[in-house]
Design a protein around this ligand. Structure first.
Ligand code: ADE
Length: 224
């Protein structure tokens, strides 16, 4: 998979891909992540990428021309499965969207900034609009990092234990059960006896019961 991210703040997007699972996925050649600074496609003498909105009102809007220049350069090199715009008024991200996107080959993520992008960019070039939740961030960069992380960890071979993404919270519309590690007793707090029993069918049953209990209590909406 290849993910190209277009942003006015590439420095904000470096570190998420330089540590832990995402770094290893890139090193193993399972995914390529390329950052593109929209300012490299700026227009005029002032490296302009944004302008005031027509009709008046506070806040700058990213202009169509630099975005089109950047996109057309990328699209000349290869085909893209989706061109995704991160925006709080997009479809709310969930595990099933990430599952589907993890099966794609090439993705472009466009990060909005200030008041967002010229609507004509959205009408003409964008194939999917995603929000990471009902709150407003200063820009799409952190949302792009969240989306990329949730996709990349699902690519086969990225997680060491292939089954571990399958037992994630949300994977079966169910929250994950509680987990424990050593010591089995800490300051009087005990690990549930069944987990120490070595009886794997019984452990599996306990995990299913606990997952269901937790889901009913915290996220009953998932069970509908
Ligand atoms: N840009 C600003 N807020 C956002 C959000 N909640 N999701 C995606 N992109 C955003």
């Amino acid at each position: 998979m290849r993910i190209d991210i277009i942003t006015v703040l590439p420095e904000l997007l470096k570190s998420p891909f330089e540590a832990s699972i995402l770094k290893r996925a890139i090193e193993k050649g399972l995914v390529e992540v390329h950052l593109h600074n929209l300012r490299d496609f700026s227009i005029g003498n002032y490296n302009q990428v944004d302008d005031y909105q027509f009709g008046g009102g506070a806040g700058m809007v990213l202009m169509i021309e630099p975005i089109e220049k950047c996109l057309s350069g990328l699209k000349k090199e290869r085909d893209y499965d989706e061109i995704i715009y991160l925006t709080p008024d997009g479809e709310t991200l969930n595990q099933s969207i990430s599952n589907r996107l993890s099966l794609k080959g090439n993705l472009i993520l466009l990060c909005g900034h200030y008041k967002g992008v010229d609507q004509r960019v959205r009408d003409k070039f964008i194939t999917k609009e995603i929000s990471i939740g009902d709150y407003v961030l200063s820009g799409g960069e952190l949302a792009a990092a969240v989306l990329a992380d949730s996709i990349i960890r699902l690519i086969p071979g990225v997680l060491n234990d292939e089954t571990s993404a399958l037992t994630d919270t949300f994977q079966d519309n169910m929250l994950a059960p509680p987990v424990y590690t050593r010591p089995s007793e800490y300051k009087g707090m005990q690990v549930p006896e069944v987990l120490l029993s070595g009886n794997f069918p019984k452990i599996e049953k306990w995990r299913e019961d606990e997952a269901l209990k937790r889901t009913k209590k915290r996220r009953p909406d998932l069970l509908k």
